[in-house]
Design a binder for this molecule. Structure first.
Ligand code: AMP
Length: 404
């Protein structure tokens, strides 16, 4: 029995999964899934993990500054896993890597050459790529004998039609790699595979997936393959997010540069860390906090309204790009849990053939549309970890075959 660890590093979090693998293509079996959050200077990090039956295996807060970076977070995760599974050796470590640039359209084994190339994409995803790669380096040191596999958020979108892959700027930029990459590909790949399993007839059709979490984007799929995405060159474009601005007139950047005299680092900080729900509400990047405050706090209400408005706009745009829509799927922390956001997104969408059932939505059922709704509206909890574990399994199988 082979074992794999999956790592998914966000700006201040590290999600992990411990899987049993059957390299003869059986589905990876998640034995432990967990998360370290609030990683960073001055913070009290928190680790939680559950077993396959949902039993809590650890729920622990660390002292301030005890988990100051992702390397230390990984050490804590490994210590916890070794404590739980002292005899297990890892055959593979699968990493979520946000940006694969124009080169990578499938998972790849992490060699020195690949890591060097991926480091060149750090400026394209400054909130994620450096953390992803520091996780890779730390894992290489901790598990030198394991196969290390990178799974890219951009890969699922690499076959977009050209009109969805380019910007209308001089062509030399496209040739240099300035393209619409799209992100959250691991999540979309999971949703696509799940749809194929639970509703193959819907999977064959035109689907819009709304991945609404701290990061948020939407994707149009035809027959399970991505044809358009709200995100572009970086993970800034499209929908507003927890702290990211979403779609922005590039003239605003010129204004910041020329009129406000802001530097590039300052602008980057505003667009990635101070905008989105946080920037508009001046309260929080967290939807739960905003929903709780919305009754009394007008700015929290306005931030939520802007979020919903942009999702609805994107829904219409993607429906047009797909030439219609047969299925809408909500996923991500907000998409899976916020009854209110789902209701507001679908409100008055009868013209698009979409109608949700209040009770089904309230109970977050798998299908929340009415029986008469032409568009099926679903809630599917996403599972990026499983997609990474599948890639680790396939890479191991491939290596076994080559060795045989
Ligand atoms: P993610 O990045 O996918 O983990 O999603 C994080 C976002 O989901 C945060 O904005 C949370 O506030 C939001 N979220 C999680 N649970 C709920 C809930 N029950 N209602 C509203 N938002 C939620």
């Amino acid at each position: 029995m082979a074992h794999a660890l999956t790592l998914n590093a966000g700006s201040s979090s590290l999600k992990f999964g411990y899987f049993h693998l059957d390299t003869d293509a059986g589905e990876p079996d998640a034995r432990i899934v967990g998360l370290v959050e609030r990683i960073g200077q001055g913070q009290r990090a928190h680790m939680r993990a559950k077993g396959p039956d949902g039993a809590v295996l650890i729920d622990k807060e660390f002292g301030r500054n005890h988990v100051s970076d992702h390397g230390t977070a990984l050490e804590r995760v490994v210590a916890f896993l070794r404590d739980r599974r002292p005899d297990a050796t890892l055959s593979a470590v699968g990493h979520r890597v946000v940006h694969g640039g124009p080169d990578f359209d499938a998972p790849v084994e992490l060699t020195d050459k690949v890591i060097k190339r991926l480091a060149e994409f750090e400026p394209l995803a400054p909130l994620h790529q450096p953390h992803n790669l520091s996780g890779v380096r730390a894992a290489l040191e901790l598990f030198p004998d394991a196969v290390q596999v990178a799974c890219f958020d951009t890969a699922f979108h690499r076959n977009h039609p050209w009109v969805n892959d380019t910007f209308a700027i001089p062509r030399r930029f496209y040739d240099e790699g300035v393209r619409r990459y799209g992100f959250h590909g691991l999540s979309y790949e999971y949703i696509s595979s799940k749809l194929a399993e639970i509703a193959p007839h819907l999977h064959m059709g035109r689907t819009i997936v709304a991945h609404l979490g701290n990061g948020a984007s939407m994707c149009g799929l035809m027959g399970g393959r991505s044809v358009a995405s709200s995100m572009g060159f970086t993970a800034l474009d499209g929908l507003p997010m927890g702290t990211r601005c979403g779609q922005l007139d590039p003239g605003v950047l010129l204004y910041m540069l020329q009129t406000e005299g802001m530097g590039a680092d300052e602008i980057q900080n505003v667009l990635y860390r101070e905008s989105g729900l946080l920037g508009l509400s001046e309260l929080s990047n967290d939807m739960r906090t905003l929903e709780a405050a919305a009754k009394e706090n007008e700015r929290a209400r306005e931030a939520i309204s802007y979020f919903v408005f942009r999702i609805r706009r994107e829904l219409g745009a993607l429906a047009a790009a797909l030439g219609g829509v047969s299925t809408l799927v909500f996923c991500g922390g907000i998409g899976e849990n916020s009854v209110h956001i789902r209701e507001k997104v679908c409100e008055g969408m009868g013209w698009l053939g979409m109608e949700i059932d209040e009770g089904r939505n309230l109970r977050s059922e798998q299908i929340i549309s009415t029986d008469l709704s032409r568009v099926r509206v679903l809630v599917i909890p996403t599972n990026e970890e499983l997609v990474i574990a599948r890639a680790a399994r396939d890479m191991l199988a491939q290596k076994e075959e080559t060795a045989a």
